[in-house]
Design a protein around this ligand. Structure first.
Ligand code: SF4
Ligand code: SF4
Length: 420
């Protein structure tokens, strides 16, 4: 895969700007009509999805010039995929894939972002993408979870870097582990043997580092005997489910914890015992929602000629088949809890600001993006924003703190924990 493979897609861009907004039919209020944080913040066409395609097309034709402005445009994209979904509402062409390849091209040619370099060095030296002292498995202390390095299991639980190294998010894997135990799931973790899934390295443009992580993770899971990987992080889910499949590493079923929870509650293996009188709104993580849609292996060929047509016709990923219902179903099964949806939801959700490594490389832009989401959440009248990814939880909590508003941010598993 390379930017050259998407020349036809980039040439298809007609500069209609539909990638800047949710589809017209979905708009209920101009305030929440835009969908691309990059163009909304920097207000110049080059920052939009279509703008990046035009740049890629021109650079392919005339040669790549890595100016500061070009790199600013490339690295200040959340790779959230909202442009891709909006464009594909009417068009048959890839948008996010060439944008991602543009970043890969910069990195491969040594035009990296200094913050990304620092994070990737951490990955190469310590197998993690998040700063923080302490043991990776500190969150699991006292829980007596099976160690997949020594015991065979049916399910491998991967906690992920943020939940492991940031104590503020230890509650997510701890709660997951307690619930899986209660449900009698034969699961285990790799303790200090767990390593980063590689997903955020891929987002940052480091494909080779992603490959290294993927190969090592496949070995960990193979040795565990597990046929299923469960994760509570949207970025890990996207990596295991979509990227591992795309690049030929996927040999296992991949479930987000909300998918497993829905099943376990419906089977009566986890019992909701208490009601919860709570008004919540649900934030769809981009990497669980529109980007969590399964990869499609297309084997057709472009027909000769100027028309951009494939034989057989190409099936596009349009974001509609992400993990949207399991978290909502879990919340709906809690007596007393009411969900008030935001205007931009499911495949049209506004990013929390953590995507594409922007939370590390440009924290101001990431926070600005999260604050826009917070404003939308507040319009619903909910008192709790529920989400299903520690990265989203972190960004939304930062927005709450910066605005000083009285709103809680919880993970779905925390909501369930309060009822069992
Ligand atoms: S990327 Fe798609 S939606 Fe955006 S300007 Fe180009 S054709 Fe229009
Ligand atoms: S991936 Fe997200 S931030 Fe980047 S251009 Fe598309 S909508 Fe904008």
């Amino acid at each position: 895969m390379a930017i050259e493979d998407y020349e036809g897609d980039m040439k298809m861009c007609c500069r209609c700007s539909a990638c800047k907004y949710i589809p017209l039919q979905m708009i209920r209020h101009s305030k929440f009509s835009d969908v691309c944080p990059s163009i909304a913040r920097y207000n110049f066409h080059a920052y939009s999805g279509g703008g990046k395609l035009l740049i890629g097309r021109e650079m392919l034709a005339k040669g790549f010039e890595y100016t500061d402005r070009f790199l600013h445009i490339v690295f200040n994209c959340l790779l959230c995929g909202a442009c891709d979904v909006s464009c594909k509402y009417a068009m048959d062409m890839e948008v996010l894939l060439p944008i991602s390849e543009l970043r890969m091209k910069c990195v491969e040619n040594g035009n990296t972002h200094p913050t990304f370099e620092k994070v990737i060095n951490l990955l190469r030296s310590k197998g993690k993408m998040v700063e923080g002292e302490g043991k990776r498995s500190e969150w699991a202390e006292g829980l007596n979870i099976k160690d997949v390095r020594r015991e065979k299991v049916e399910v491998y639980y991967h906690a992920g870097c943020l939940s492991s190294y940031n104590k503020e998010y230890h509650h997510i894997p701890r709660t997951v582990a307690k619930m899986l135990k209660e449900a009698g799931v034969n699961f285990g973790i790799a303790y200090e043997g767990e390593i980063c899934c590689g997903g955020r390295a891929h987002e940052m443009g480091y494909r080779e580092d992603f490959f290294n992580q993927a190969m090592k993770n496949v070995e960990i899971v193979k040795r565990s005997g597990a046929r299923v990987i469960v994760t509570s992080c949207a970025h890990c889910y996207h990596a295991f489910k979509v990227l591992y499949d795309r690049y030929g590493f996927k040999e296992f079923e991949v479930l987000h914890i909300t998918e497993l929870l829905e099943k376990l509650i419906k089977e009566g293996r986890i019992k909701i015992r208490n009601s919860l009188a709570l008004n919540v709104t649900y934030h769809d993580p981009c990497y669980l929602g529109r980007l969590g849609e399964a990869w499609i292996h297309f084997k057709g060929k472009k027909l000769p000629g100027i028309k951009f047509v494939f034989d057989p016709p190409k099936t596009y990923r349009r974001g509609a088949h992400g993990v949207y219902n399991p978290p909502r179903e879990v919340l709906r099964m809690i007596p007393g809890l009411k969900i008030y949806e935001m205007e931009r939801k499911k495949e049209y959700a506004w990013c929390c600001g953590a995507g594409g490594g922007v939370s590390e490389s440009n924290p101001d832009f990431a926070l600005w993006t999260a604050e826009r989401r917070l404003e939308e959440a507040m319009e619903t009248g909910a008192t709790v924003i529920v989400t299903a990814c520690p990265w989203c939880e972190q960004m939304l909590k930062k927005a709450v703190a910066s605005r000083g508003v009285d709103l809680q941010v919880w993970d779905v598993v925390e909501v369930v924990e309060r009822t069992i």
